[in-house]
Ligand binder design. Structure first.
Ligand code: GLU
Length: 275
């Protein structure tokens, strides 16, 4: 059974890029007679706006999609703690109190997500209270050996989680990082095909490592191309892309819009990023 999901964070309204992503995930599941899930990724209590979850459901319905909703991340904190404790027991996490500025100043090179953390706090036993916890990638890889994963579009990949440095798994300001929470939730929700934009491709290297360390099932991935504007920039509400809610409330036909997106007929100035 193929199970896909759409996992928006309720920190801003959905726009056309989200609609495209949800439709890709929905249609891949439907074509295989499988399930399409909605999971609200409200791990970040500070930035999440609870009222947006209802708006997301209204948007998906307007697009003509059908889904099964699974529990939001805010109801799953205990499972994140539990997994983090297991990684701590394996000696794979270390506490870190570096600020962004510390990291930028000490970083030797910039990775795809910004400067790579140079390991400043490793071995220092910083008091855990109020600190972030990072995964010691070198130790983790020594334990798992070489790993592979498969993207339906990009083919087989050798996992290179080390390119991002020692990632934070427990944040100072939230119960878990996106990487830990999403990996655990995808396993728990029985997701077999992780469908999302290519901007999150590099995260999948880390997720594959976490799956191996925590004994989770390994899905396949489908990282679709992103919708971009005339300047080649990813769509975002703050750069003036109208939200789906704006379009819906203005009386636009959502099912027609969904059909157009399926056929790669995009509104003026919007296209799929070929890179
Ligand atoms: N919650 C993430 C976001 O809104 C998406 C995560 C994912 O699809 O893995 O960007």
């Amino acid at each position: 059974m193929v199970t896909t999901r759409f996992a928006p964070s309720p920190n801003g309204p959905l726009h056309l890029g989200h609609a495209y992503s949800a439709i890709v995930a929905h249609d891949l599941a439907r074509a295989a007679g499988g399930r399409f899930l909605l999971r609200v990724e409200d791990i970040d209590g500070v930035r999440s706006k609870p009222e947006l979850a209802a708006e997301f459901r209204a948007d998906l319905q307007w697009l003509g999609l059908e889904w099964t909703e699974v529990p939001a991340q805010s109801s799953r904190f205990a499972s994140y703690d539990d997994a983090a404790q297991r990684l701590k027991d394996m000696g794979l996490l270390y506490s870190c109190n570096c600020t962004r500025a510390d990291i930028a100043a000490a970083a030797v090179e910039a990775g795809p997500e910004g400067p790579v953390y140079p390991g400043t706090c490793q071995g220092k036993n910083i008091p855990g209270e109020g600190a972030a916890w990072r995964l010691d990638i070198t130790r983790a890889l020594a334990r798992t050996g070489t790993l592979h994963w498969t993207d339906d579009l990009a083919g087989q990949q050798r996992a290179v989680p080390d390119q991002a440095g020692d990632v934070v798994l427990l944040r100072k300001d939230a119960p878990a990082s996106y990487d830990l929470a999403a990996t655990l939730d995808d396993a728990r929700d029985g997701v077999t095909l992780v469908t999302r934009g290519r901007d999150l491709f590099s995260a999948s290297h880390i997720h594959r490592l976490l799956q191996e360390l925590l004994g989770l099932p390994v899905p396949r991935w489908h990282h679709h191309a992103l919708l971009v504007d005339k300047s080649g920039t990813k769509l975002a509400k703050r750069r003036g892309s109208p939200s789906l809610a704006d379009r819906r409330l203005a009386g636009e036909d959502g099912q027609k819009l969904a059909q157009a997106l399926r056929q790669s007929r995009f509104p003026a100035g919007i296209s799929l990023d070929p890179s």
